[in-house]
Design a binder for this molecule. Sequence first.
Ligand code: TXA
Ligand code: MG
Length: 337
Amino acid sequence: MPRKTLLVAMDPATPDRQAIRRAAESLRRGGLVAFPTETVYGLGADALNPEAVRTIFVAKGRPLDNPIIVHVAGPQDLAVLTADVPPEATLLMKRFWPGPLTLIFKRSAGVPDAVTGGGDTVAVRMPRNAIALALVRALGRPIAAPSANLSGRPSPTTAGHVLADLGGRIDIILDGGPVEVGLESTVLDLSQHPPVILRPGAVTAADLKPFIGRVAAAAEPALRRRSPGTRYRHYSPRARVTLVAGGDQEAAARLATSHAGKGRKVALLTHGPCPLQGSADLIVRAMPRDLKAYARRMFAVMRELDELGVDEMIIEGVAERGLGVAVMDRLRRAASR
Ligand code: TXA
Ligand code: MG
């Protein structure tokens, strides 16, 4: 059913109390509220209201078996979600919360199946954004929130992206400006030994190691079982994406020129010296060399190029170290068909 979507701008440093109260009221009535987190914008519903959580799937066009991350205002909120907090989780929460680290726990019976995808675990994180935290506190219950994009589209890093995808489908968008990180949180499964990173993010394997020892990156088949979200084509622009090796701007340029010559509208995204000039059918985008800046821009650039009607994106890969692991993960997904 179409809804009237209210867009409310606020300063993320000092969230407007009255607007937060109204948004929490909407959630309490089963409404859908999009809000900024430090990673990407989330589409929130009361996590303990199964009806409300089900409407998230409808609004996004999300497959029903894909579980949703629950957002809390601190470890104290875990009590309604899980009875089993392992000692390593306590250490990790102390070090990385609030922040872009999602932890998987054994679920309690009170967590709706809609949140867990019917599985026996629940994913939880405490976001590092004052608007998100104020909203969870005002509701007084955890908020279930996937990224606030239509299923299959790149995650939203501005309120404008949310409006473009979900306008008319949700009740409120809290606009706190562009996000800080630009990539979704690291998802860590502590129920396996060694613990497994189901989705790489800004908290890296090297960051986690001092706290939990060896960390594994999930091999594809295991990943598919444990994290249903990774089964679907994800983080994808409409254009076809080809990923070329980092540092080889020449190869990237050759590929771009050959596609553009075939009457396709092409975009070339490099982060090194680019040997090409743009033209009517070739858009050249210089991406930031700094990985943090790259991550922050990546999804927005994909959306911009889609809007320009680009058919092909040729993207130069980045070095797979630190945040580069997460960047490459998203680029590979965008390139997969
Ligand atoms: O940064 C983020 O994590 C953002 C913001 C809004 O917090 N949220 C986000 O949610 O990216 P979503 O739904 O787009 O991605 C959640 C990922 C999916 O791949 C999903 O399958 C996985 O986490 N996930 C959720 N619950 C899980 C569970 N219980 N077990 C395994 N994987 C789970
Ligand atoms: Mg998502």
